[in-house]
Design a protein around this ligand. Structure first.
Ligand SMILES: [Zn+2]
Length: 172
């Protein structure tokens, strides 16, 4: 079960990586690790606050990109799918280049996560305004908006595996 989920969320992982993950999941080490590293939930609880947060990131880092019409929490986005978007090509928002990326929808579960995870997914979606694939340029954009992006993205995927294994929300 854990092995399948690791393959799903880390498609390019090797045996060595799996072993280290397995260690973290044993004896509730992952929960401790995540809670220690990210002790607090964030305060961006409604669509208005989310809109302001993402627009300010966009204004600071992606000034000359297409404007966004809609930014909101969406309960129809399946968390897993949004998260899978972290490493495969994409669902509806990430269509072909002719379609302008004018909305950012964030899975509602991100309301109950630490600020870093919300920022990570926001930065990810913002970077897609400029680049639809997960290539080097894409990750450069992400890192520019969030210096430890890669590290947080990895932790976020670990948390999603934890949830899929039936773990309870850590930041309720
Ligand atoms: Zn993506």
């Amino acid at each position: 079960m854990l092995a399948d989920l690791v393959k799903k969320y880390f498609s390019d992982s090797d045996e060595e990586f799996f072993k280290s993950i397995k260690g973290l999941f044993a004896e509730k080490k992952l929960e401790e690790y995540l809670k220690y590293k990210y002790p607090l939930n964030h305060n961006i609880k409604n669509d208005d606050q989310l809109y302001k947060f993402i627009q300010s990131l966009k204004k600071r880092h992606l000034k000359r990109s297409d404007p966004l019409k809609t930014i909101k929490y969406d309960n129809k986005i399946i968390l897993e799918k949004q998260a899978l978007g972290l490493h495969t090509t994409h669902y509806r928002n990430h269509g072909n280049k002719l379609t302008k990326h004018t909305e950012i929808l964030i899975a509602i579960e991100f309301k109950k996560m630490p600020f870093e995870f919300l920022k990570c997914i926001s930065v990810h979606e913002l970077a897609h305004i400029k680049e639809k694939s997960h290539n080097k340029f894409f990750y450069k954009l992400c890192l520019n908006m969030m210096p430890f992006y890669n590290e947080v993205e990895l932790d976020l995927r670990l948390y999603l595996i934890f949830l899929e294994l039936g773990g309870k929300d850590l930041w309720e």
